[in-house]
Design a protein around this ligand. Structure first.
Ligand code: APR
Ligand code: ZN
Length: 237
C-alpha cells in the first residue's frame, strides 16, 4: 500500500451541490418533499403528462445552469489532477445530474443518473445537448421526429448508467469516499458495502450520518465545502 491512496473511488450525491444552491431530495423541504417523484420522475409520468415532466426538468436545468461549483467540487477536481500527476486516479461517480463537477474542473465524471444538460430522443435514442427549454414540439436533431424528446436522466424504475465501469473502478480502489448522499437509493447506496467486502477502507463525508453510516469505517461530518477539502488534506492529497 503506498503512503497515499493511488485510486480513490468517490461517490457524490445531492449534498455536494447543496452549498451551490441546488436542492437535495430527502432533507427537510427537499425536492421529493415538495414534488411527487411518481408524477415527475418515472417513464409512466412522462407518458401520461410529458409537458409537466418537461417543465419540472426545465426548471431544474435552469437552476443548475445558474449555480456555481463550490469548494467541495473544486477540491475533487484538484485531487483528480494531483493523483493523476502521481500516476494515480480519482474515479468520480456522481448521482447528480448537474454539471458542477465538470465546471469545477473534473475531467472524468461518471453520471450514473444521467445529465440534466442532455436530452434523449425516445424514437432513436440519440442524446443531444439540452441548453434551452425543451418542449414536446421539439424535433430530434438526429432523426427529425418531434414530440419524443426527454431529459437524459435516469427515472425511478429505470436502470442507472455506466454500471459496468463503476463496478470495475470500485474493484481497483484503495479508498472509497461517499460525499453528500443519504444512502437511500440503490445501487449507489450498496457501493460502500461492496467496498468493505473487498477490504477497501471507507469514509463518508456528510452533513449528518446517512442511512448507511454504520457501514463506513470513518466519517467526517459537516458541510461538504469545508469537510471534504479538510479530509482530502488529511490524506496528503
Ligand atoms: N454538505 C454535505 N452533505 C450535505 C449537505 C452539505 N452542505 N447538505 C445536505 N447534505 C446531505 C444530507 O444530509 C443527505 O444525507 O446530503 C444527503 C442528500 O441526500 P439525498 O437528498 O437523498 O440525495 P442523494 O443521496 O443524492 O439521492 C440519491 O435519489 O431521487 C434520487 O436521483 C435522485 O440521485 C438522487 C438519488
Ligand atoms: Zn431521434
Amino acid at each position: 500500500m503506498t503512503d497515499h491512496p493511488r485510486t480513490i473511488f468517490v461517490l457524490t450525491g445531492a449534498g455536494v451541490s447543496a452549498e451551490s444552491g441546488l436542492g437535495t431530495f430527502r432533507d427537510r423541504g427537499g425536492i421529493w418533499a415538495r414534488f411527487d417523484p411518481m408524477r415527475l420522475a418515472t417513464p409512466e409520468a412522462y407518458a401520461a403528462d410529458p409537458d409537466t415532466v418537461l417543465d419540472f426538468y426545465d426548471h431544474r436545468r435552469r437552476g443548475a445552469v445558474a449555480a456555481e461549483p463550490n469548494a467541495a467540487h473544486v477540491a475533487l477536481a484538484q485531487t483528480e489532477a494531483r493523483l493523476a500527476a502521481r500516476g494515480g486516479r480519482l474515479f468520480l461517480c456522481t448521482q447528480n445530474v448537474d454539471d458542477l463537477h465538470e465546471r469545477a474542473g473534473s475531467q472524468a465524471v461518471t453520471h450514473m443518473h444521467g445529465e440534466l444538460l442532455k436530452a434523449r430522443c425516445c424514437a432513436c435514442d440519440a442524446v443531444t445537448p439540452w441548453r434551452a427549454d425543451l418542449s414536446r414540439a421539439d424535433r430530434c436533431p438526429a432523426c427529425g421526429v418531434s414530440g419524443r424528446m426527454r431529459p437524459d436522466v435516469v427515472w425511478f424504475g429505470e436502470m442507472p448508467m455506466h454500471l459496468d465501469a463503476i463496478e470495475a473502478a470500485l474493484a481497483w480502489a484503495d479508498l472509497f469516499v461517499a460525499v453528500g448522499t443519504s444512502g437511500a437509493v440503490y445501487p449507489a447506496a450498496g457501493y460502500v458495502r461492496q467496498a468493505r467486502a473487498l477490504g477497501i477502507p471507507t469514509c463518508e463525508v456528510n452533513l449528518e450520518p446517512s442511512d448507511n453510516a454504520d457501514a463506513f469505517d470513518e466519517a467526517r461530518y459537516g458541510p461538504a465545502s469545508a469537510a471534504l477539502p479538510r479530509y482530502l488534506a488529511e490524506l496528503g492529497l
